[in-house]
Design a protein around this ligand. Structure first.
Ligand code: SF4
Length: 460
């Protein structure tokens, strides 16, 4: 209601929905912004617009790192616990390279980071960026490494050095990539702040193990004109100090969301690659790194810097991140379109199902394992499963006509037969009228499709 009260209340429909109340819901769900309501630009609504923007600003500021399609947003969170609403921006995972690596080795690693991908529920889980470390202590060598990275990949970068001169050289080279400067400390913050303000870049503020010191540094950076800050309270290796790391992250997020302490209202970051410091056992270091990262993903970290690109250490992290940052209000869905299983031809059967991810993948997997080349028309049922879609009247003649038209299925097969899920039998007549096709009621369970086809497809 607070959001609604600050809209014009004239139901003009210029935002694409019928009422200001409906638009208020879209604003709350972040499916729209105040800029989508043109009347708010009128002078008489200026105070409402200002109040609205303030009201809708998340307690944790959203910070953009990178540019273009691969840019990442970190922070922007509204709640402590996902079930209270949802989490919005998944923890961004950055992987290190350093300026003592031979150029070709560095390029190879950057390509490995960029090319890493694991498919899960129809989406590709990827790594997000490259953290370039100034290990040499030489700003010139650092600049060359940064140049090598930005020429090799479009991924966002974090520039890592406490030496302001090195950061300056790196920032000049990667300026179009909007890099995160890591890090401002109590010793160097004035010069790093001046660099960030000059180029409008985000800064990581780092004060390991000292929450009050970190808040003080955050306040100074803000007073110096820095808009985008990421907070680093330090990452201790696994052991006694790590409990404090986790506690500090929780304290900072609580201060931001529950107490709205301005200095704490920024994204949080961690550096799980501390597990590699002084370690000679690579497997153990990667194992510890994954354990640290998992805890930090669970404890509000919006950005992590890691070293291991092993599939076995990253797979659990990517799955954990996917699970935590999946919106619990929205069913997991796949794109509504025509899917081909195997190499179907013009005589292959055509199945209809819904775009609830588990429904689609169950049907597709049953068809694949039975080696049945076929077409699967996935209707847009707003991510609902077949039975729920039937109950909620989501499988309608209009929805089916829509997927027929978009998929151009009539150009792909000679026959005119559509197999629908067994639980949809009661809309057989409606679908025949809508499509002009023969509608065949299939089995209730897709595991029975092979036997069903043997009996019905050849003679149908
Ligand atoms: S454009 Fe603005 S005033 Fe018009 S209906 Fe939408 S929210 Fe209301």
């Amino acid at each position: 209601m607070d959001v609604y009260k600050n809209l014009p209340g004239i139901n003009c429909r210029k935002c694409g929905v019928d009422t200001c109340m409906a638009f208020a819901s879209k604003l709350i769900e972040r499916a729209a912004t105040p800029a989508d309501c043109p009347p708010l630009d009128e002078e008489k609504y200026a105070s409402k617009k200002e109040a609205l923007i303030k009201l809708l600003s998340p307690p944790v500021k959203e910070v953009v790192i990178g540019s273009g399609e691969r840019a990442v947003k970190v922070g922007g969170e509204e709640v402590m616990y996902r079930h209270e609403l949802t989490y919005f921006n998944p923890t961004a995972l950055f992987y290190d390279v350093d300026d003592t690596m031979p150029a070709e080795e560095l390029q190879k690693r950057v390509r490995e980071i960029e090319g890493f991908g694991v498919e899960k529920i129809g989406r590709i889980l990827r790594l997000d960026g490259v953290a370039v470390r100034c290990k040499s202590g030489d700003p010139t060598a650092f600049g060359e490494a940064v140049l090598n990275v930005v020429e090799t990949t479009e991924l966002p970068v974090v520039l890592c050095s406490y030496d302001v001169e090195a950061l300056e050289v790196g920032a000049e080279i990667a300026i179009d990539r909007r890099p995160l400067l890591y890090a401002a400390t109590p010793d160097n913050w004035e010069k790093v702040a001046e660099l960030a303000v000059r180029h409008s870049l985000p800064i990581a503020a780092s004060v390991p193990g000292d929450v009050q010191g970190l808040l003080e540094l955050s306040r100074r950076l803000k007073d110096a004109g820095v808009e985008d800050i990421v907070l680093d309270t330090g990452t201790a290796p696994l052991g006694d100090g790590f409990a404090e790391t986790i506690n500090n992250l929780a304290i900072l997020r609580r201060l931001a969301i529950e107490e709205e302490v301005p200095e704490a209202m920024y994204p949080l970051m961690g550096v799980p690659m501390v597990s590699w410091l002084g370690s000679e056992d690579e497997v153990h270091a990667a194992y510890e790194e994954a354990a640290i990262a998992a805890s930090q993903i669970m404890r509000y970290c919006d950005l992590l810097i890691l070293h291991s690109t092993e599939i076995w250490s990253n797979l659990p992290l990517l799955n954990l991140r996917l699970n935590i940052y999946t919106d619990p209000r929205v069913p997991v869905s796949v794109e509504s379109k025509l899917y081909e299983i195997g190499n179907p031809d013009e005589s292959s059967p055509v199945f209809l199902t819904t775009n609830f991810a588990l429904t689609y993948f169950t049907v597709a997997s049953d068809l694949e394992s039975a080696k049945i080349p076929s077409y699967v028309l996935v209707a847009d049922t707003e991510g609902l499963a077949v039975e729920v879609s039937m109950a909620g009247k989501k499988i309608t003649p209009e929805v089916i006509q829509d997927i027929f038209k978009r998929s151009k299925i009539e150009e792909k097969v000679k026959h005119r037969k559509l197999i629908i899920p067994g639980v949809s039998a009661r809309i057989k007549g409606e679908l025949e009228d809508a499509t002009g096709w023969e509608i065949i009621v299939g089995p209730k369970d897709s595991s029975q499709i092979p036997g069903f086809l043997q009996k019905n497809w050849a003679v149908a």
